[in-house]
Design a protein around this ligand. Structure first.
Ligand code: PDD
Length: 281
Protein backbone atom coordinates (compact mmCIF):
# COMPACT_ATOMS: atom_id res chain seq x y z
CA UNK A 1 0.00 0.00 0.00
CA UNK A 2 1.17 3.50 -0.79
CA UNK A 3 0.50 6.06 1.93
CA UNK A 4 0.91 9.83 2.10
CA UNK A 5 2.95 11.57 4.78
CA UNK A 6 3.74 15.29 4.75
CA UNK A 7 3.99 15.76 1.00
CA UNK A 8 5.43 12.36 0.12
CA UNK A 9 3.96 9.16 -1.28
CA UNK A 10 5.72 6.20 0.35
CA UNK A 11 5.34 2.46 0.81
CA UNK A 12 3.55 2.07 4.17
CA UNK A 13 6.59 0.44 5.78
CA UNK A 14 8.74 3.48 5.09
CA UNK A 15 6.38 6.14 6.42
CA UNK A 16 7.41 7.63 9.75
CA UNK A 17 6.18 10.25 12.22
CA UNK A 18 8.06 11.70 15.21
CA UNK A 19 7.48 10.10 18.63
CA UNK A 20 7.01 13.68 19.91
CA UNK A 21 4.09 14.32 17.57
CA UNK A 22 1.24 15.73 19.67
CA UNK A 23 -1.18 13.44 17.88
CA UNK A 24 0.69 10.51 19.43
CA UNK A 25 1.33 12.06 22.87
CA UNK A 26 -1.91 14.01 23.40
CA UNK A 27 -4.47 12.99 20.80
CA UNK A 28 -3.99 16.54 19.51
CA UNK A 29 -5.31 16.03 16.03
CA UNK A 30 -8.33 15.65 13.82
CA UNK A 31 -9.35 13.26 11.09
CA UNK A 32 -11.78 12.49 8.30
CA UNK A 33 -12.94 9.26 6.70
CA UNK A 34 -14.19 9.49 3.11
CA UNK A 35 -15.67 6.49 1.36
CA UNK A 36 -14.87 5.38 -2.17
CA UNK A 37 -17.46 3.58 -4.29
CA UNK A 38 -16.62 2.45 -7.81
CA UNK A 39 -13.40 4.46 -7.59
CA UNK A 40 -15.37 7.62 -6.85
CA UNK A 41 -14.99 9.75 -3.70
CA UNK A 42 -18.27 10.21 -1.84
CA UNK A 43 -19.02 13.70 -0.50
CA UNK A 44 -15.40 14.85 -0.55
CA UNK A 45 -16.36 18.53 -0.37
CA UNK A 46 -18.30 17.96 2.85
CA UNK A 47 -15.41 16.15 4.50
CA UNK A 48 -12.91 18.81 3.42
CA UNK A 49 -15.14 21.54 4.81
CA UNK A 50 -15.58 19.78 8.16
CA UNK A 51 -11.81 19.18 8.36
CA UNK A 52 -11.20 22.88 7.94
CA UNK A 53 -13.74 23.65 10.68
CA UNK A 54 -12.23 21.08 13.09
CA UNK A 55 -8.75 22.56 12.52
CA UNK A 56 -10.01 26.10 13.04
CA UNK A 57 -11.73 25.15 16.30
CA UNK A 58 -8.37 23.84 17.60
CA UNK A 59 -6.37 26.82 16.33
CA UNK A 60 -4.46 24.69 13.87
CA UNK A 61 -3.45 26.14 10.56
CA UNK A 62 -5.05 24.48 7.57
CA UNK A 63 -2.22 22.72 5.82
CA UNK A 64 -3.05 21.75 2.23
CA UNK A 65 -5.51 23.64 0.05
CA UNK A 66 -8.79 22.00 -0.93
CA UNK A 67 -7.57 21.20 -4.46
CA UNK A 68 -4.32 19.69 -3.16
CA UNK A 69 -6.23 17.56 -0.70
CA UNK A 70 -8.55 16.33 -3.42
CA UNK A 71 -5.55 15.55 -5.60
CA UNK A 72 -3.91 13.52 -2.80
CA UNK A 73 -7.14 11.55 -2.25
CA UNK A 74 -7.43 10.81 -5.98
CA UNK A 75 -3.78 9.89 -6.28
CA UNK A 76 -4.05 7.34 -3.45
CA UNK A 77 -7.20 5.83 -4.96
CA UNK A 78 -5.34 5.39 -8.26
CA UNK A 79 -2.02 4.20 -6.84
CA UNK A 80 -3.71 1.62 -4.59
CA UNK A 81 -6.34 0.63 -7.16
CA UNK A 82 -9.21 1.28 -4.74
CA UNK A 83 -12.62 0.38 -6.21
CA UNK A 84 -14.54 0.34 -2.94
CA UNK A 85 -13.07 1.39 0.36
CA UNK A 86 -12.14 4.23 2.65
CA UNK A 87 -9.59 7.00 2.76
CA UNK A 88 -8.36 8.01 6.18
CA UNK A 89 -6.93 11.51 6.59
CA UNK A 90 -5.35 12.72 9.81
CA UNK A 91 -3.87 16.10 10.67
CA UNK A 92 -2.09 16.45 14.00
CA UNK A 93 -0.40 19.50 15.48
CA UNK A 94 3.08 18.05 14.98
CA UNK A 95 5.72 18.92 17.56
CA UNK A 96 8.68 21.11 18.35
CA UNK A 97 10.60 18.08 19.56
CA UNK A 98 9.50 18.04 23.19
CA UNK A 99 6.47 17.32 25.36
CA UNK A 100 4.58 20.28 26.76
CA UNK A 101 0.91 20.91 27.54
CA UNK A 102 1.03 24.32 25.87
CA UNK A 103 0.78 24.28 22.08
CA UNK A 104 4.11 24.76 20.31
CA UNK A 105 4.63 27.92 18.26
CA UNK A 106 2.28 27.69 15.28
CA UNK A 107 4.68 29.73 13.13
CA UNK A 108 7.45 27.17 13.38
CA UNK A 109 5.58 23.89 13.95
CA UNK A 110 4.29 22.11 10.89
CA UNK A 111 1.19 19.94 11.28
CA UNK A 112 1.61 16.26 10.41
CA UNK A 113 -0.61 15.19 7.53
CA UNK A 114 -1.13 11.47 6.99
CA UNK A 115 -3.44 9.67 4.56
CA UNK A 116 -3.93 5.99 3.84
CA UNK A 117 -6.49 3.84 2.07
CA UNK A 118 -8.42 0.79 3.21
CA UNK A 119 -9.74 -1.45 0.45
CA UNK A 120 -13.23 -2.83 1.22
CA UNK A 121 -14.53 -4.75 -1.78
CA UNK A 122 -18.34 -4.72 -1.91
CA UNK A 123 -18.56 -1.97 0.75
CA UNK A 124 -22.03 -0.94 -0.46
CA UNK A 125 -23.34 -4.54 -0.43
CA UNK A 126 -22.54 -5.32 3.19
CA UNK A 127 -24.55 -8.33 4.45
CA UNK A 128 -24.88 -6.42 7.72
CA UNK A 129 -27.37 -4.10 6.00
CA UNK A 130 -29.76 -7.05 5.52
CA UNK A 131 -29.38 -8.25 9.09
CA UNK A 132 -29.26 -4.91 10.89
CA UNK A 133 -27.26 -4.00 13.98
CA UNK A 134 -27.81 -5.05 17.56
CA UNK A 135 -26.84 -2.25 19.87
CA UNK A 136 -26.44 -1.60 23.56
CA UNK A 137 -26.69 1.74 25.33
CA UNK A 138 -23.81 3.11 27.38
CA UNK A 139 -23.12 6.35 29.26
CA UNK A 140 -21.64 9.10 27.14
CA UNK A 141 -18.56 10.13 29.12
CA UNK A 142 -16.75 11.92 26.27
CA UNK A 143 -15.64 15.55 26.41
CA UNK A 144 -18.03 18.38 25.46
CA UNK A 145 -16.74 19.20 21.98
CA UNK A 146 -17.91 16.19 20.02
CA UNK A 147 -18.56 18.46 17.03
CA UNK A 148 -14.78 18.51 16.49
CA UNK A 149 -13.65 15.29 14.81
CA UNK A 150 -10.63 14.64 17.04
CA UNK A 151 -8.60 11.44 17.20
CA UNK A 152 -9.52 10.95 20.89
CA UNK A 153 -11.32 7.69 20.17
CA UNK A 154 -10.53 5.64 23.25
CA UNK A 155 -14.01 5.78 24.76
CA UNK A 156 -15.79 4.95 21.48
CA UNK A 157 -13.36 2.02 21.11
CA UNK A 158 -14.22 0.88 24.63
CA UNK A 159 -17.90 1.23 23.73
CA UNK A 160 -17.41 -1.10 20.77
CA UNK A 161 -15.71 -3.61 23.06
CA UNK A 162 -18.56 -3.38 25.58
CA UNK A 163 -20.98 -4.07 22.71
CA UNK A 164 -18.94 -7.06 21.56
CA UNK A 165 -18.75 -8.43 25.09
CA UNK A 166 -22.58 -8.25 25.17
CA UNK A 167 -22.82 -10.14 21.85
CA UNK A 168 -23.84 -6.95 20.01
CA UNK A 169 -22.46 -4.86 17.14
CA UNK A 170 -22.30 -1.32 18.45
CA UNK A 171 -23.28 1.08 21.21
CA UNK A 172 -25.37 4.24 21.41
CA UNK A 173 -24.23 6.77 23.97
CA UNK A 174 -26.62 8.31 26.47
CA UNK A 175 -26.40 11.66 28.23
CA UNK A 176 -29.11 12.74 30.72
CA UNK A 177 -31.31 9.93 29.36
CA UNK A 178 -31.03 11.17 25.78
CA UNK A 179 -29.19 9.44 22.95
CA UNK A 180 -26.29 11.51 21.66
CA UNK A 181 -24.90 9.30 18.88
CA UNK A 182 -23.32 5.94 18.11
CA UNK A 183 -19.64 5.17 18.76
CA UNK A 184 -18.84 6.14 15.15
CA UNK A 185 -22.17 7.13 13.61
CA UNK A 186 -25.23 9.33 14.02
CA UNK A 187 -28.38 7.80 15.53
CA UNK A 188 -31.99 7.90 14.27
CA UNK A 189 -35.37 6.47 15.13
CA UNK A 190 -38.53 6.28 13.02
CA UNK A 191 -42.02 6.73 14.49
CA UNK A 192 -45.17 6.76 12.40
CA UNK A 193 -43.08 7.34 9.28
CA UNK A 194 -41.29 10.33 10.83
CA UNK A 195 -37.48 10.31 10.95
CA UNK A 196 -36.17 11.63 14.27
CA UNK A 197 -32.52 12.50 14.91
CA UNK A 198 -30.78 14.69 17.46
CA UNK A 199 -30.39 18.36 16.56
CA UNK A 200 -26.88 19.65 15.79
CA UNK A 201 -24.88 21.12 18.68
CA UNK A 202 -21.48 20.58 20.31
CA UNK A 203 -22.86 17.31 21.73
CA UNK A 204 -22.55 15.33 18.48
CA UNK A 205 -20.49 15.15 15.34
CA UNK A 206 -22.13 16.95 12.45
CA UNK A 207 -22.19 13.91 10.19
CA UNK A 208 -21.61 14.46 6.50
CA UNK A 209 -23.76 11.40 5.77
CA UNK A 210 -26.40 12.78 8.16
CA UNK A 211 -26.62 16.02 6.16
CA UNK A 212 -26.97 14.13 2.86
CA UNK A 213 -29.50 11.61 4.18
CA UNK A 214 -31.71 14.32 5.73
CA UNK A 215 -31.59 16.26 2.47
CA UNK A 216 -32.58 13.18 0.44
CA UNK A 217 -35.33 12.32 2.94
CA UNK A 218 -36.84 15.80 2.67
CA UNK A 219 -36.57 15.72 -1.12
CA UNK A 220 -38.48 12.43 -1.05
CA UNK A 221 -41.24 14.14 1.03
CA UNK A 222 -40.37 12.12 4.14
CA UNK A 223 -40.97 13.90 7.42
CA UNK A 224 -37.86 14.78 9.44
CA UNK A 225 -37.70 16.03 13.02
CA UNK A 226 -34.38 17.16 14.50
CA UNK A 227 -34.70 16.76 18.26
CA UNK A 228 -33.29 14.74 21.13
CA UNK A 229 -34.89 11.38 21.91
CA UNK A 230 -34.50 9.14 24.95
CA UNK A 231 -33.28 5.58 24.88
CA UNK A 232 -36.74 4.50 26.13
CA UNK A 233 -38.39 6.25 23.19
CA UNK A 234 -35.92 4.50 20.88
CA UNK A 235 -36.82 1.08 22.26
CA UNK A 236 -40.49 1.74 21.45
CA UNK A 237 -39.82 3.16 17.97
CA UNK A 238 -40.98 1.46 14.76
CA UNK A 239 -37.40 1.30 13.52
CA UNK A 240 -33.95 2.74 14.06
CA UNK A 241 -30.79 3.21 12.05
CA UNK A 242 -27.38 4.88 11.99
CA UNK A 243 -25.44 6.78 9.34
CA UNK A 244 -21.73 7.26 8.69
CA UNK A 245 -19.30 7.54 5.81
CA UNK A 246 -18.32 3.89 6.22
CA UNK A 247 -21.75 2.34 6.96
CA UNK A 248 -23.91 4.71 4.82
CA UNK A 249 -27.39 3.98 6.23
CA UNK A 250 -27.37 0.91 8.50
CA UNK A 251 -30.54 -0.43 10.15
CA UNK A 252 -30.67 -1.12 13.90
CA UNK A 253 -32.87 -4.07 14.88
CA UNK A 254 -32.23 -4.45 18.60
CA UNK A 255 -31.56 -2.04 21.47
CA UNK A 256 -30.50 -3.41 24.87
CA UNK A 257 -32.10 -6.77 24.01
CA UNK A 258 -35.44 -5.27 22.86
CA UNK A 259 -36.29 -6.04 19.23
CA UNK A 260 -37.48 -3.27 16.93
CA UNK A 261 -39.89 -3.91 14.07
CA UNK A 262 -39.86 -7.66 14.67
CA UNK A 263 -36.06 -7.76 14.59
CA UNK A 264 -35.65 -7.07 10.88
CA UNK A 265 -34.58 -3.87 9.09
CA UNK A 266 -37.42 -1.39 8.65
CA UNK A 267 -38.75 0.05 5.36
CA UNK A 268 -37.63 3.63 6.01
CA UNK A 269 -34.01 2.65 6.74
CA UNK A 270 -33.98 0.39 3.68
CA UNK A 271 -35.37 3.09 1.43
CA UNK A 272 -32.96 5.73 2.72
CA UNK A 273 -30.03 3.37 2.19
CA UNK A 274 -31.13 2.78 -1.41
CA UNK A 275 -31.63 6.48 -2.08
CA UNK A 276 -28.28 7.38 -0.49
CA UNK A 277 -26.34 4.78 -2.50
CA UNK A 278 -28.21 5.66 -5.73
CA UNK A 279 -27.52 9.36 -5.33
CA UNK A 280 -23.88 8.81 -4.35
CA UNK A 281 -22.95 6.52 -7.23
N1 PDD B 1 -16.99 8.14 12.10
N2 PDD B 1 -20.54 10.42 14.97
C1 PDD B 1 -19.31 9.96 15.29
C2 PDD B 1 -18.91 9.94 16.72
C3 PDD B 1 -18.43 9.50 14.28
O1 PDD B 1 -17.21 9.06 14.61
C4 PDD B 1 -18.87 9.51 12.92
C5 PDD B 1 -17.99 9.07 11.79
C6 PDD B 1 -20.17 9.99 12.64
C7 PDD B 1 -20.71 10.05 11.23
O2 PDD B 1 -20.11 11.10 10.49
P1 PDD B 1 -19.95 10.99 8.90
O3 PDD B 1 -21.31 10.75 8.35
O4 PDD B 1 -19.42 12.31 8.53
O5 PDD B 1 -19.02 9.83 8.64
C8 PDD B 1 -20.96 10.44 13.68
C9 PDD B 1 -16.05 7.70 11.07
C10 PDD B 1 -16.70 7.02 9.92
C11 PDD B 1 -14.96 6.87 11.71
O6 PDD B 1 -14.55 7.24 12.81
O7 PDD B 1 -14.50 5.88 11.13
Amino acid sequence: RTVYVNGEYLPEGEATVSIFDRGFLMADGVYEVTSVLGGKLIDFAGHAKRLERSLNELDMTYPPEFDDLLEIHRELVTRNGIEDGLIYLQVTRGSDGDRDFAFPDAETTRPTVVLFTQSKPGLANSPQADKGLKIISIDDVRWGRRDIKTVQLLYPSMGKMMAKAAGCDDAWMIEDGFVTEGTSNNAYIVKGGKIITRQLSNDILHGITRAAVLRFAREAQMEVEERSFTIDEAKEADEAFVTSASAFVMPVVEIDGDSLGGGTPGPVAKRLREIYLDESL
